[in-house]
Design a protein around this ligand. Structure first.
Ligand SMILES: Nc1nc2c(ncn2[C@@H]2O[C@H](COP(=O)(O)OP(=O)(O)OP(=O)(O)O)[C@@H](O)[C@H]2O)c(=O)[nH]1
Ligand SMILES: C[S@@+](CC[C@H](N)C(=O)[O-])C[C@H]1O[C@@H](n2cnc3c(N)ncnc32)[C@H](O)[C@@H]1O
Ligand code: SF4
Ligand code: SF4
Length: 330
């Protein structure tokens, strides 16, 4: 099989977050955040995109983090990337806590699709998962989702990390959101990255089990929604939205991997789980390297990526990873 075209770049705008999700950056862990002076500036990010990454072939971009809406200037950065003629697709992944006031400005800046984390419809459960520090956050997140809906984001996707014994009983209720709304709910298998102890304690649920539950309640057919990621898409017959499954534990989709990550501190990372072969774009840029040299390094990394991909992983592997999703650029 020919290697996948690598044209999807996940750009982390910031490694910090206003949530402390149990599966990602749980309260009390010693997290090492990048120093302000080590973050790519807006100018450096846009220069790297225009002069290095786009010429190397990247055309589809996702803004993520950490929590990307905490990045000052997120609307301006979005607008600049949307306006590059090379940009074929631009989207953003967020926890939606700050989305209520930013949904419309982001839409006006040219963003058209958005993925929002929503792990529970029950405020108390939600607050336990996201580590609310005594303040309920569910309502503000729900208001953010409504604001995105009103602004016209399409597709609007909701990401649910399924944690056994915590939110797995809500799968049907979350799936039911797709019945009369054109929203796309995706169930994500919990990965052993970010919180090894919770993972060891709870484990993960195979997407096929969830599909069976939904199938026996409503039936399930194959579906389609625009996207660049690894979700398998289904639909309840007659529903307006779709249901996706991101099954990185029960299946290995590395052989069709089309993406790299740019961290907030300027490292280009060819794989989420294999930590080798990363390039420090920021330091080289700051030391005045010829941009043609940087382009050559990136092109070489794209060539080498199929060998770096975390392929041939055993189903259900539980290796330990040094960094969290928020640090890598989830
Ligand atoms: N193992 C693995 N999991 C990934 C990778 N990319 C995304 N995921 C998982 O997919 C989840 C959802 O990612 P999103 O940020 O919503 O992006 P996406 O699914 O690529 O987006 P679409 O373009 O809408 O398909 C992440 O939280 C991860 O759990 C990857 O490269 N490797
Ligand atoms: C790191 S977050 C960054 C964007 C934003 N803060 C958010 O939560 O949507 C991106 C995605 O990573 C997922 N994620 C984080 N830790 C994970 C884990 N251990 N297993 C599976 N998905 C995880 C989150 O659910 C979210 O959908
Ligand atoms: S999943 Fe997103 S919202 Fe939750 S802690 Fe990680 S970066 Fe923050
Ligand atoms: S683990 Fe690595 S190779 Fe596999 S899908 Fe994720 S980024 Fe791609």
């Amino acid at each position: 099989m020919a290697a996948e075209t690598i044209d999807y770049l996940r750009i982390s705008l910031i490694d910090r977050c206003n949530f402390r999700c149990q599966y990602c950056m749980p309260e009390g862990t010693d997290l090492q955040f990048a120093l302000q002076q080590d973050l790519l500036t807006d100018g450096e990010l846009l220069l790297l995109l225009r002069e290095v990454l786009m010429p190397a072939g990247f055309r589809r971009f996702r803004l993520t983090g950490g929590e990307p809406l905490l990045r000052p200037g997120v609307v301006e950065i979005t607008q600049a990337i949307a306006q590059f003629p090379e940009t074929l697709d631009l989207s953003l992944t967020t926890n939606a806590f700050l989305l209520k006031d930013l949904a419309q400005p982001l839409y006006d800046a040219g963003l058209r699709r958005i993925n929002i984390s929503l792990d529970s419809l029950i405020p108390e459960t939600f607050d336990v998962i996201i580590g609310n520090r005594g303040r309920s956050r569910w309502k503000q997140v729900w208001d953010g989702i409504q604001a995105a809906h009103r602004a016209g984001f399409d597709p609007l996707k909701l990401n649910v990390v399924v944690i056994p014994g915590i939110n797995d009983q809500e799968v049907e209720a979350l799936a039911a959101l797709t019945l009369d709304r054109q929203w796309h709910v995706r169930f994500i298998e919990f990965m052993p990255i970010g919180n090894q102890d919770l993972f060891a304690d709870r484990g993960w649920i195979d997407s096929e089990q969830l599909r069976q539950r939904i199938r026996s309640r409503w039936g399930l057919t194959t579906g389609w929604v625009a996207g660049n990621g690894p979700a398998d898409v289904f639909q309840i017959p007659g529903a307006k939205g779709t249901i996706g499954f991101i099954s990185q534990m029960s299946e290995c989709f590395c052989d069709r991997c089309n993406r790299m990550r740019l961290s907030a501190d300027g490292w280009l990372r060819p794989c989420l789980l294999n930590e080798s072969s990363q390039i420090d774009l920021k330091s080289q840029l700051r030391s005045g390297i010829d941009l043609q040299d940087l382009r050559a390094q990136v092109s070489q990394l794209i060539q080498a990526k199929p060998e770096i991909n975390f392929k041939n992983r055993e189903s259900g592997t539980t290796g330990r990873y040094a960094r969290t999703m928020s640090q890598i650029g989830g």
